[in-house]
Design a protein around this ligand. Structure first.
Ligand code: IPE
Ligand code: IPE
Ligand code: MG
Ligand code: MG
Ligand code: MG
Length: 293
């Protein structure tokens, strides 16, 4: 399979499903629906929904069943980016190649667009059919925990609290596992749950997602140092300027690259039980290590 063609096709499917799942831009109050869609349809990689769908396939499921959770995790991710970019957080002007939500719609509306996407995620997920082993309620709980104050939010809290502090690599790892890896793990597990995955399959996807998610955020940190804003579609060089606790700040660039490679190997090793069906997840893992944006 040609990975680039696969990704483009999946991104299109996910965009169509998101378009159907969210209120149209013409619905009142139009400002909020426009703001939500402005950020959601700005051209993200759709990594989390792609992982969700690929995990469903890895356990023998159908992509249609996984589209609800796929949309839900992308809504959570986009909300987290809108809020992450606010002046009171990372204070960023550029996201997904466009001015950030608050630059266009104002801070109040950007806070609300984030709130609305967060809420929409659970509306979408609660409407999913689930599977024999995993009801919609179980799916909702899985995502609530990953997006809540013990994981995604916890990571964002630590990210802010660690600004301009010298911390150990283990502490940076905890921030990254919480703010980024947890949602990747949940994306994979939710997709697999819609295909009625076994405990063994879920455990393997959890190991894959933890290592992959950490590698993903390490590469995000590396790209912030090495890549241009034009290529990233978001402002480069912000982490050093803000004194963020990052892998390059603790391990250096080469040490960070080495750690990302090691973690990617660890992630791929967790996919053994899926055999041939795990091939897309394998290719996605390899692609993420080499990505340039
Ligand atoms: C950016 O995520 C924020 C991180 C958690 C590193 P992505 O790199 O997946 O951003 P989009 O969705 O492609 O814009
Ligand atoms: C963002 O991490 C993590 C979440 C939004 C949960 P970053 O702050 O490093 O992401 P970018 O670099 O702004 O995309
Ligand atoms: Mg941040
Ligand atoms: Mg940021
Ligand atoms: Mg970053």
């Amino acid at each position: 399979v040609d990975l680039q063609a696969y990704l483009v096709a999946r991104q299109a499917l996910i965009d169509e499903a998101l378009d159907r799942a969210l209120p149209p831009a013409s619905e009142e109050p139009t400002t909020i629906h426009q703001a939500m869609r402005y950020s959601l349809f700005a051209g993200g990689k759709r990594l989390r929904p792609i992982l969700c769908v690929a995990a469903a396939e890895a356990v023998g499921g159908q992509i249609e069943e996984a589209m609800g959770p796929a949309c839900a995790v992308e809504c959570i991710h986009t909300y987290s980016l809108i809020h992450d970019d606010l002046p009171c957080m990372d204070d960023d002007d550029l996201r997904r190649g466009r001015p950030t939500c608050h630059k266009v719609y104002g801070e109040g509306m950007a806070v609300l667009a984030g709130d609305a996407l967060l809420t929409a995620a659970f509306e979408i997920l609660a409407g999913c059919a689930g599977s024999p082993r995993f009801s919609a309620g179980v799916l909702v709980k899985e995502l609530s925990i990953a997006a809540g104050s013990r994981w995604l939010i916890a990571g964002q809290v630590l990210d802010l609290e660690n600004e301009r502090r010298v911390i150990e690599v283990d502490d940076v790892r905890r921030v990254h596992e919480a703010k980024t890896a947890a949602l990747l793990v949940a994306s994979l597990r939710l997709g697999a749950m819609t295909a009625d995955a076994s405990e063994e399959e879920l455990a393997a996807l959890t190991r894959f997602g933890r290592a992959l998610g950490l590698a993903f955020q390490i590469i995000d940190d590396i790209l912030d140092v090495t890549q241009s804003s034009e290529v990233l579609g978001k402002s480069a060089g912000k982490d050093v300027a803000a004194g963020k606790a990052t892998y390059p700040a603790t391990l250096g660039l080469e040490g960070s690259r080495e750690e990302a490679r090691r973690l990617t190997d660890e992630a791929l090793a967790a996919l053994g039980i899926f055999g041939e069906r795990g091939e897309m997840l394998r290719q996605i893992g390899t692609w993420l290590l080499a990505r340039k944006y």
